[in-house]
Design a protein around this ligand. Structure first.
Ligand code: AGP
Length: 617
């Protein structure tokens, strides 16, 4: 969704802002803009509908915007259509103030009405413009910019991360946050604000995460952070481990393919620090993060796995696994539904929130609801220091590195493996898993990254196979148990990047209605890697084949013949412990979706209408 970059330094701001916006493109946007304060105190703004290239061309065609302090924004439209006027930055009526904003101002209509009565003229349809016009109104009244900022904060309701420029103070920018991410970066040529660390990696890895209700005043050589009461705060600086190359394509045609190929490394980094190598002695899963909470499960009688999109599909796999391992009810819940569905929260419920970005608003709201109602929250998050990570009681980080493609791949596999490891770890502590099975899982965890590497050696097979299927306009995914959950993910991958209609069904459920849609030529992706139900899956494949479906199957080496003989095409994955099988099984589905989208000429890394991190409800 929307992205913010701001710079106050000793060098021209526009190139830095454009570079930052380029690195934020992956979040999804429909317009972009920059505002720069000239040293003599004049705000210059350029903003355009469309890709960043349009803004670059527009800037190149006019007199350069000069100045060393500026703000930039990529907008994902919520209020008002995507056009030049609704793009950010928004400027106050006098032209003295400019604002970029992520989030939504809930009471903007009421504020707009009162400003209209005072004669303020609005240019755009956005909620953001009320911020800048209101700021000007208070600034005119008090002649004190910081007082005016606090007046605005007292008045507006909703979520916001903001960057503010004022022509009376051309050497500074002001940053504000509430319920939307914003961080400050400390660089050699100046200081930065950004909504996402990837925008800063080329300049600095030293950052401070802003908390809700904090206000920062940023100049070339100073950063002051103040609390809601106006007092100065001492804030910790953090070092980001990710390097800039991790957020670049590195020779791949798309970030998505690069990230698919990075999975062996991402899995190794996520698994190996948490497992003791089984040599002569027995192996062990260790979570140092949970050292202080050895009784995490004490008094816990149910678990909720709460997440959105692909992370929810991870939760579905976790439901099957954790329920079996721990012997207590485990529910996978869509975060957007969670707080409205009367979950049985309280001290006896453990809530596990799963999120790559750590900023998904629905997941964040579910987390807060769980905490408010007395449940312990553990989160599985990829982005360090993100809001979900900071508000959880315990955090387990997936070490996938930055994920840029909108369609998640390496975050999904690392989330899955981490959740499964957590389940096994807890089962061991509760004495609910036999040593034999436990040791086998630990051993298999060690070899998992190599097995993913084996699947990825077969890229040509996928490329060739997919060429036959890219023209289908509807695809069904079927599977049982954890393969059903996997089908949900495969189907979502296909939908989001290729725009092909697709649905996922529990294979046994087809006969209760959906089988009526199967006709000669219908494409069915049949997932048959869950060993206990492979024979039943074989029958389901026969069912759809006998109605003319074309079947692409996914199974393991062990059942290749049984399943392969019934399918037009079969993707074979190495065998591992049943519990871990989905970590391998998802890879062919990612590649299938990727090559179909490639064949259809889709914008794979930035699919239409989608955003990487969804920070609206
Ligand atoms: C999956 O490819 C999507 N990008 C989307 O479903 C995503 O998983 C979902 O929005 C949750 O995001 P999060 O993991 O950052 O919370």
């Amino acid at each position: 969704m929307c992205g913010i970059i701001g710079f106050a330094g000793n060098t021209e701001a526009v190139p830095i802002l454009l570079d930052g916006l380029e690195r934020l493109e992956y979040r999804g946007y429909d317009s972009a803009g920059v505002a720069v304060a000239s040293p003599e105190g004049r705000l210059q703004v350029k903003k355009c509908k469309g890709r960043l290239g349009v803004l670059r061309e527009a800037l190149a065609a006019q007199k350069p915007l000069t100045g060393q302090v500026g703000i930039g924004h990529t907008r994902w439209a919520t209020h008002g259509e995507p056009n030049d006027v609704n793009a950010h930055p928004h400027v106050s009526q006098s032209g003295k103030l400019a604002v970029v904003h992520n989030g939504i101002i809930e009471n903007y209509l009421e504020i707009k009405q009162s400003l209209l009565h005072k004669g303020v003229v609005f240019a755009s349809d956005t909620d953001t413009e009320v911020i800048v016009q209101l700021l000007e109104y208070y600034y005119k009244k008090s002649s004190n910019l910081m007082d005016a900022v606090y007046e605005v904060l007292n008045r507006i309701k909703g979520a916001y991360a903001m960057g503010i420029l004022c022509s009376d103070f051309p050497e500074q920018l002001i940053a504000v946050r509430k319920d939307a991410p914003l961080l400050i970066g400390y660089g050699a040529d100046g200081n930065y604000i950004a909504s996402d660390v990837t925008a800063l990696l080329a300049h600095t890895r030293t950052v401070t995460y802003m908390e809700d209700d904090e206000v920062a005043v940023v100049t070339a050589d100073h950063v002051q952070i103040l609390g809601r009461d106006g007092c100065f705060l001492e804030k910790e600086k953090h070092q980001i481990q990710w390097d800039v190359s991790a957020a670049e394509k590195g020779g791949y045609a798309h970030f998505m393919l690069k990230e698919i190929m990075e999975q062996p490394e991402a899995i190794r980094k996520t698994v190996s620090p948490r497992t003791i190598q089984p040599r002569l002695a027995d192996g062990e899963i260790v979570f140092e993060e949970l050292e202080d909470e050895r009784d995490l499960m004490k008094g816990i009688s149910r678990i909720y796995l709460v997440a959105c999109g692909s992370a929810y599909h991870v939760g579905m796999i976790g439901k099957y696994a954790l329920e079996r391992l721990l012997g207590i009810p485990v529910e996978a819940c869509l975060a957007s539904e969670f707080r409205y569905s009367g979950p049985l929260l309280g001290e006896s419920a453990l809530v596990i929130v799963i999120s790559q970005s750590g900023e998904t608003l629905d997941s964040m709201a579910a987390l807060r609801e769980a905490k408010r109602r007395g449940s312990k929250v553990l989160s599985i998050v990829n982005v360090m220091g993100s809001s979900i990570a900071r508000e959880s009681d315990h955090v387990l980080y997936t070490w996938a590195g930055p994920e840029i493609a909108v369609a998640t791949t390496k975050a999904y596999t690392t989330q899955t493996v981490l959740l499964l490891m957590l389940g096994v770890y807890l089962a061991r502590r509760l004495d609910r898993i036999g040593n034999g099975e436990y040791q086998e899982i630990v051993r298999e965890l060690h070899g998992l990254h190599e097995r993913i590497g084996m699947v990825l050696k077969n890229l040509e097979l996928y490329q060739k196979t997919v060429a036959r299927y890219f023209n289908h306009d509807s695809v069904f995914y079927i599977g049982r148990n954890q393969d059903y959950a996997l089908g949900m993910e495969g189907s979502l991958k296909l939908k989001e990047i290729s725009y092909i209609h697709s649905e996922s069904y529990a294979a046994g459920e087809l006969k209760h209605g959906t089988i009526s849609l199967i006709e000669p030529g219908t494409l069915v992706v049949a997932l048959a890697a869950y060993e206990p139900l492979v024979e039943k899956m074989r029958s389901n494949i026969v069912e759809v084949r006998s109605r003319g479906a074309e079947v692409v199957a996914m199974t393991t080496e062990e059942t290749r013949d049984m399943i392969g003989s019934q399918a037009s095409e079969v993707f074979v994955i190495p065998k591992t412990h049943t519990l871990l099988q989905p970590v391998l099984g998802v890879v062919p589905l990612q590649l299938f979706a990727y090559y179909i989208a490639l064949n259809r000429g889709c914008d794979i890394d930035k699919p239409r209408n989608l955003a990487k991190s969804v920070t609206v409800e």
